[in-house]
Design a protein around this ligand. Structure first.
Ligand SMILES: *Cc1c(COP(=O)(O)O)cnc(C)c1O
Ligand code: SF4
Length: 439
């Protein structure tokens, strides 16, 4: 059954029939939190993914409806009091911006490392951190079919980001890649590039295919459209054209790697998503899946095992489990590293080898993607064993090193080196700072 897209934001939330399932207080909280973090959902998420009989404990509800605890109490009170006073939208916005600036929206130094340069000019809307892969942020692909309450890209959606990640410059991308024979992959990311109409997406993909770059092997698309709007691939007006575009990539002997974000097995159950997966696979594209590990949404090994099993059954390849980042609402969604490893291990132990293509739990840090391989013992002392899965310096990859065991740590900056004054990569990087990244 086709579905006509209906977005819900704070402005038209009252018109959403399911809203009456929510207590008044929860609706008020949503108005408060939704002023600070962007809120947007749609009729597929609301009608087909959320169980409204138990909405407040529902993982998909938590995923798209930001709740009170996402703000720290002081910020919540600050915003709630202006709303109670019926302040003007202008005043509300001013308070929202004040709060947002305290939420680590773009950690210091993040842009310095990764922005590529062409003839001395920095290329906004691109990142090149790992040798083989360039990220490209098409300017029309910087929103999403719904917003995830955990998303670290939220500053882009509320317009306070000065990252200016978005780019229209496909020509600059092509020139850059043509001068970098080490690049085999281009990853179109956002936001969600599949928010773009097929016609617009095609201008980017056709340009890449026509550029005749023999070393470019793979076009990746990072997207959550399968989970938030599968009709994009089945019954939307330009769904057929989109599938034709995917198929064209294969006819040009390039691989289309569809990097799908799924946070919960529920997202794999509807008829619409199953039909969409089938159609995408028929084009020759390969679907790989990834998700962060999120408290209140998927922090149980059974959930991950089920998710990886179902994905494998549907012909998708489990790819990454990420550790949630230290921005925005990490206090709410964050999971200690030790717990992340335990969840990963238990889930991994319970799936077929075909699903053990997944890697993680992985932390996207400034030096690279760090895997928590596990806890070991050196003499009598427990240590974290961590290799890089990806690194700024390719020589660092798959070389395990140790950090002191720490039950509470949720991110690299809380870890201390074992039997050394610094981690080996710190010597090379100088004083590194956290930065924005692709998960
Ligand atoms: C994760 C990531 C990639 C892709 O890494 P793969 O391991 O090849 O999937 C590329 N660039 C950045 C900046 C990333 O964070
Ligand atoms: S960028 Fe990805 S994680 Fe962020 S809101 Fe959009 S779909 Fe969700």
């Amino acid at each position: 059954m086709p579905k006509k897209y209906q977005a819900y934001t704070l402005h038209n939330l009252k018109s959403m029939p399911q809203i009456q399932h929510l207590p008044e207080a929860v609706q008020f909280d949503l108005q408060v939190v939704g002023q600070v973090y962007p809120f947007r959902t749609n009729n597929y998420v609301v009608e087909e993914l959320i169980d409204w009989d138990d909405a407040l404990n529902d993982p998909i509800f938590t995923l798209t409806f930001p709740n009170k605890e996402i703000l720290i109490p002081a910020h919540y009170e600050q915003m709630a009091s202006v709303i109670r006073k019926n302040a003007s939208q202008e005043d509300i916005e001013a308070v929202a911006n004040q709060i947002r600036l305290q939420l680590n929206p773009h950690p210091a130094g993040q842009m310095e490392y990764n922005i590529p340069h062409l003839e001395g000019n920095s290329l906004k809307g691109m990142q090149h951190k790992y040798r083989e892969t360039v990220l490209f942020f098409p300017s029309q692909g910087q929103t999403c079919h719904a917003y995830c309450s955990f998303c670290f890209r939220w500053p882009q959606f509320v317009g306070i980001s000065d990252l200016k990640l978005a780019s229209r410059e496909v020509d600059a991308l092509i020139q850059y890649v043509s001068e970098h024979p080490e690049v085999s992959d281009i990853l179109l990311t956002g936001g969600d590039p599949l928010i773009m109409k097929t016609k617009i997406l095609a201008t980017y993909i056709d340009a890449l295919l026509e550029a005749n770059l023999p070393h470019l092997k793979t076009i990746r698309i990072g997207t959550k459209a399968l989970s938030y709007w599968p009709y994009r691939f089945t019954s939307d007006a330009d769904a057929e054209d989109l599938l034709t575009l995917f198929a064209k990539v294969a006819t040009k002997n390039k691989h289309l790697a569809f990097m799908a974000h799924f946070n919960h097995p529920r997202e794999l159950k509807t008829e619409a998503v199953r039909e969409a997966i089938k159609r995408i696979r028929e084009t020759g594209a390969q679907i790989r899946t990834q998700s962060p590990l999120l408290a209140h949404i998927n922090d149980q090994p059974e959930i991950w095992a089920e998710m990886w099993k179902t994905q494998t059954e549907l012909g998708c390849i489990p790819y990454y489990m990420f550790i949630t980042r230290d921005t925005g609402a990490q206090h709410y969604f964050g999971v200690p590293l030790i717990r992340a490893w335990e969840i990963f291990k238990k889930a991994y132990q319970n799936v077929t080898g075909l699903a053990r293509t997944v890697r993680g739990p992985s932390m996207s840090t400034t030096p690279g993607k760090l895997q928590i391989l596990g806890v070991g013992k050196i003499k009598d002392e427990k240590v974290f064993v961590m290799p890089f899965l990806q690194a700024r310096n390719p020589e660092w990859v798959m070389q395990p090193f140790f950090a002191k065991y720490d039950e509470k740590a949720t991110w690299l900056d809380e870890l201390e080196p074992f039997a050394d004054d610094s981690f080996f990569f710190e010597k090379e990087m100088g004083s590194w700072q956290e930065e924005d990244d692709e998960f």
